[in-house]
Design a protein around this ligand. Sequence first.
Ligand SMILES: [Zn+2]
Ligand SMILES: [Zn+2]
Length: 114
Amino acid sequence: MADHDPRPFNCPDCAAAPGELHEDGCDQAHCPDTGRQRLVCDHDGACTSRWSGDFVGAAECRECDWWLVEDPELGLIPCPAGTKDAIEDFNRLFTHARWDAELQRYVRTDLTTT
Ligand SMILES: [Zn+2]
Ligand SMILES: [Zn+2]
């Protein structure tokens, strides 16, 4: 996943426009209950979700300054915001945040580390 323009764009899998429902089987669709991929949740595709115009969690990563950059020797390493070619560190959504089904976004839980 490369760095991308934060302006809204269509779903890269099912091409839903921002605000539209994902199609069945879309691998970018998230489960509204868990925030995880809808393809792996327990609802057999019965949960519907809308494409927001950005990857789920991307805005939260940007707000928290969770970034990664590819280091030729070390692989992906954390880096400050504004680093050239940085990408959002989605993994930290699972370790430093929880999904809030009411807000339909991740909420940071660990405020002590970066
Ligand atoms: Zn989609
Ligand atoms: Zn679900």
